[in-house]
Design a protein around this ligand. Structure first.
Ligand code: GUN
Length: 273
């Protein structure tokens, strides 16, 4: 798996860094008891341990005030053994996510959510790439398809995935179209895609008849159905009849997101050394 290869490479790099006296450290903050967030945070801590990255978890109660959370971030911004800070989203409703993202020091913002980092990505001059879009780019490269000149369609326009995804594909010279809930004829657009990235959070929205024969399909969706099944934004069984390459859910993009977070944490350790 690509994610394992990246983690193996990082493990070797971290071992060399430690010999030079630099140890990457990641602080992971989780507020409340969202079960999906708990699973993600556990995976992130496990990956740190596997690679040799020092990690600290701050599991705060769902009643934590915004002020308390901001004070914790302020403390972590100044903490020398912490190179990266990640506050797992979503946050409880009484906390303003934007205020929290803005509080994280840009050079420790391993999610690349801070406006400074978002702006740098827009220009193409960045320290950190957002983990999920960066992982998707690695998977596209792995498929062997060249992005340059290709029709790329991104379904979804979130700040976390859709918007940065669009920029990264554009940097690689793709012809990018972004679709969203107000798009008039979704199928007409998705059928043009040589590379289709689905990141809308609607279970199996993308059906087989919306995919061009031979397309590369990347499914960022993680949707829990009432019967507890986990499905993506793409109907895998139908889409795999059409696609040249397609990522499964779970196991496709998810592990890549974590590998990219590890990569950003190593980068942050160099930046903050
Ligand atoms: N919630 C869902 N995806 C992410 C992510 O990439 N980073 C953080 N911090 N929270 C998330």
């Amino acid at each position: 798996m690509v994610s394992q290869r990246i983690k193996d490479e990082l493990k070797a790099e971290v071992s060399e860094m430690k010999a030079k006296g630099i140890t990457p450290g990641l602080a992971v903050i989780i507020v409340g008891d969202d079960p999906a967030s708990r699973v993600y945070v556990n995976s992130k801590k496990k990956a740190c341990a596997e690679i040799g990255i020092y990690s600290e978890e701050y599991a705060l109660s769902g009643e934590t005030s915004q002020q308390e959370l901001l004070e914790l971030i302020e403390k972590l911004n100044k903490k020398d053994d912490i190179s990266g800070i990640l506050c797992q989203l979503p946050l409880p409703k009484h906390i303003d996510e934007k205020a929290v993202i803005d509080a994280i020091a840009p050079n420790k913002d391993v999610d690349a959510f801070h406006p400074v980092n978002v702006g740098k990505i827009m220009i193409g001059d960045y320290d950190f790439l957002p983990c999920t879009p960066a992982g998707v780019m690695e998977l596209i490269k792995e498929s062997g398809i060249e992005i340059k000149g290709k029709e790329c369609v991104v379904v979804g326009r979130s700040n976390i995935v859709g918007k940065p995804m669009t920029m990264l594909l554009l940097h690689e010279h793709g012809t990018v179209t972004v679709c969203h809930s107000k798009t008039r004829d979704l199928k007409e657009v998705t059928l043009r895609a040589d590379i289709l990235v689905a990141a809308v959070g609607v279970p199996e929205l993308i059906r087989g008849d919306m995919i061009k024969e031979g397309a590369v399909v990347i499914d960022v969706g993680m949707n829990r159905l009432p019967d507890k099944r986990l499905v993506g934004d793409v109907c895998f069984s139908e889409a795999s009849e059409k696609a040249m390459a397609i990522t499964p859910v779970p196991g496709g993009v998810g592990p890549m997101t974590i590998a990219m977070l590890m990569k950003n944490t190593v980068k942050a350790a160099y930046l903050n050394a």
